[in-house]
Design a protein around this ligand. Structure first.
Ligand code: MN
Length: 717
């Protein structure tokens, strides 16, 4: 089955190692050069640049950036959730420290510089199998493939920059270990797993995959080889969920024992093996497989809380796109760039396995990537390197077959076929990259607002806004936030949603409650208990509906003020208001969901006398309050016109009342050329009243920074 055939002509054509190293460097630089396409495009937009550098384009990046900033500063505030202990923040701070490169530049470029390292293990894997040409093709492709590019483009400052690189080194180590059985490679493999788990806690699942594949490979192909059991043993220790330090020590001890006391250790290897297998399972080594399955089977839409007070909150998973299955076409494009390349990659990978069974060891990565088909697109990246090697194998095999037909110029034909076919694999990915025009998370104008806030607010103060803006606000203004990209479950979103959606009096009360109880929640014993349960306990109320009713009626004395609260009300929140509202449109006792408020954007086309005309054929008469729709005439309740008189002052507004029984309001924000239809509930919300209309309650709020894109108000009490 694994006999040597004419193909060996090609793989024996080994390239001198120095030249191969140069080729790795070339592929690496190619991967970076392609990433420059986005930098070049984005640099033309002043709104993407702050402090002389392009801003990052991933929201989570600001969490790591905040952590790195605080590490460099040497201080941060208790309970500010700063990511000072995260490896990526530490690495960033370290790089800034030793190179002296500007902070903004480091966080911009890190993803591309580290992410492109993927070419190194990919090309080394091909090299150790003596398939240099396969390595070259795969190396050129792997760094720029669709989904891998998306997650490691310049500015995508996130842990993704190493989450594929590190396990690929594990795969390289695993192949080398089974190929040579040398202790040093086994040690390398085990430590690469530890490095991965240190970098990325979710590494557990893939690391477990390595343990299982090594075990199966041993049982099927190398049953009688004690050395192979040793590989499994080392991987198992690396994956046992005890502290990373302890694992490192155990691995080092095992390595020394095996290396220097070969005979004695081998005599007891069965016992050692059984001992560690039991320890592995006992400490929960299999949980990373069992838990997702449980979650997958029992996924719930409303989260019930396990505290003494029975509360129901809205489940965030309902609004998150990523966690759903994806169509085949998208799966194929994300893994290989096009459907045809994807199918050929799979064929190539199967041929590769058939010829080199060591490639079976890559199955956990390939499998995790294909899992995206049911589990969502964030998994596709894992299959990228395996499929790149697969297509590389097929291309080189094909080039060899074709060149065999030519007696003279066999070499030339071989190279030409490789160049042409490789280009076909590269081009769809490069087209994707050219078209993938991602904007920065915030634009310069918004960041300038936050920079002003930084000089006004104290570091212990809280900003109330939707979780989407949490991390960047913390990074640019160094304040605290109630919710953010990592803290946005139904229970913490509820009070914020409430504060944004309710009228100002109720909003102010809930904001004060949420802030004081959030801060309190860090000290208490049961941190997982919703803060609303804490509030209810302190106010001696057991019925959640009654509690909310009392807040609605302002019948609760707010807790004493310990710090300031700033409302951050951006224009970009307008269109997500119905989603924001979902989180407080739920009955806390029963879990019944009320309808979210209604919001509909209209596109104005022109004005005729007192009539506003819209692109979809609707006509509104300001005089009569009648809206002409294809279904008939609709009488509106209110027409509101807001206009900006000075960019640094809240807008002025005019309100016209029509039918008091009509629930529909039309809002015309003149300077934004935006028109919305909405219900009265949304119209009365603090967000719409304060941001869109500038109608803030002067006894409760004061404007602090006003910009057409963002309004920041300070809560006075
Ligand atoms: Mn801070």
């Amino acid at each position: 089955m694994f006999q040597e055939k004419s193909f060996v002509d090609i793989d024996n054509k080994e390239i001198p190692i120095k030249i191969y190293m140069m080729l790795i460097l070339t592929a690496y630089l190619f991967s970076i050069a392609v990433r420059y396409i986005w930098v070049d495009w984005a640099s033309a937009f002043p709104q993407y640049i702050y402090n002389g550098e392009l801003m990052i384009n991933t929201n989570d990046g600001y969490l790591w950036a905040e952590g790195a900033r605080d590490i460099l500063a040497g201080f941060h505030q208790p309970n500010d959730l700063s990511a000072i202990n995260e490896p990526i923040s530490k690495l960033t701070a370290f790089i800034v420290n030793i190179t002296g490169i500007k902070f903004e530049s480091v966080i911009l470029w890190m993803s591309g510089i580290f992410g492109s390292l993927i070419v190194v293990p990919t090309m080394l894997i091909a090299r150790v199998l003596k398939l240099d040409y396969v390595g070259i093709v795969a190396g050129l492709l792997v760094g720029i493939v669709w989904s891998y590019y998306n997650r490691t483009m310049i500015g995508y400052y996130d842990t993704d920059m190493l989450t594929i690189v590190l396990p690929l080194f594990t795969l390289l180590g695993l192949i080398l270990s089974f190929q040579t059985k040398k202790d040093i490679y086994i040690l390398f493999t085990a430590f690469s797993m530890l490095l991965y788990i240190w970098w990325y806690p979710s590494a557990k699942a893939l690391n477990l995959g390595w343990v299982i594949i090594a075990l199966l490979y041993t049982l099927v192909f190398e049953r009688k080889d004690t050395q192979s059991y040793k590989i499994v043993l080392f991987l198992m220790v690396a994956q046992t969920p005890i502290s990373i330090e302890l694992r490192s020590v155990l691995i080092a001890i095992l390595y020394i024992a095996f290396h220097y006391q070969q005979e004695i250790t081998f005599k007891y290897i069965k016992h050692i093996f059984i001992f560690f297998t039991i320890a592995f399972i006992y400490f929960g080594g299999l949980e990373s497989i069992i838990n997702p399955i449980k979650g997958y089977i029992f996924h719930q839409s409303v989260i019930e809380n396990s505290s003494s007070i029975n509360l129901h909150f809205y489940a965030i998973s309902k609004t998150v796109k990523e966690a759903s299955s994806i169509p085949f076409e998208l799966l194929a494009k994300r893994i290989s760039g096009s459907e045809i390349t994807f199918i050929l990659s799979i064929i190539g990978y199967l041929m590769f396995i058939f010829r080199y069974r060591l490639m079976l060891l890559a199955l956990p990565m390939a499998g995790l990537g294909l899992l995206a088909y049911v589990a969502g697109l964030r998994f596709t990246v894992y299959a990228v390197p395996v499929m790149a090697l697969g297509i590389g194998y097929l291309i080189v095999w094909f080039a060899q077959r074709v060149s065999e037909y030519f007696k003279n110029g066999e070499q030339v034909v071989f190279y030409v076929v490789i160049i042409i076919t490789t280009s076909f694999a590269l081009i769809p990915n490069i087209i994707h990259i050219v078209n993938y025009k991602v904007s920065t998370v915030f634009n310069t104008q918004e960041v300038k607002v936050l920079d002003k806030l930084k000089n006004i607010a104290k570091r212990e103060d809280y900003v109330l806004t939707w979780w989407d803006y949490g991390y960047p606000i913390r990074y640019y203004a160094d304040v605290k936030t109630l919710i953010d990209g990592g803290k946005h479950t139904g229970d913490v979103n509820y009070p914020v949603s409430y504060a944004l959606l309710k009228p100002q009096e109720q909003s102010a009360l809930m904001a004060r409650l949420a802030t004081e109880y959030t801060e309190k929640s860090f000290d208490k014993e049961r941190k997982d208990e919703p803060i609303i349960a804490d509030m209810m306990r302190d106010y001696n109320i057991t019925d959640p509906a009654l509690f909310i009713q009392m807040v609605n009626e302002n019948a609760i004395t707010p807790p004493p003020k310990s710090r300031d609260i700033y409302y951050y009300l951006p224009l970009r929140m307008f269109n997500i208001m119905p989603t924001v509202a979902l989180f407080s449109s739920i009955d806390l006792s029963s879990g019944n969901e009320k309808d979210a408020p209604f919001l509909y954007a209209l596109r104005p086309k022109g004005k005729q006398g007192s009539k506003l005309i819209f692109t979809n054929g609707l006509i509104f008469d300001i005089k009569t309050g009648e809206l002409k729709t294809p279904q008939g005439i609709q009488k509106l309740g209110i027409f509101a016109l807001s206009s900006i008189t000075s960019p640094n002052k809240p807008p002025k507004s005019e309100i016209i009342q029509y039918d008091p029984n009509s629930n529909i309001v039309m809002l015309f924000m003149r300077d934004y050329n935006r028109v919305y239809l909405m219900d009265r509930e949304l119209f009365d919300s603090s967000y719409v009243q304060m941001f869109a209309l500038g109608r803030y309650d002067k006894s409760l709020f004061e404007p602090v920074v006003i910009d057409p894109l963002v309004h920041i108000y300070r809560l006075k009490r």
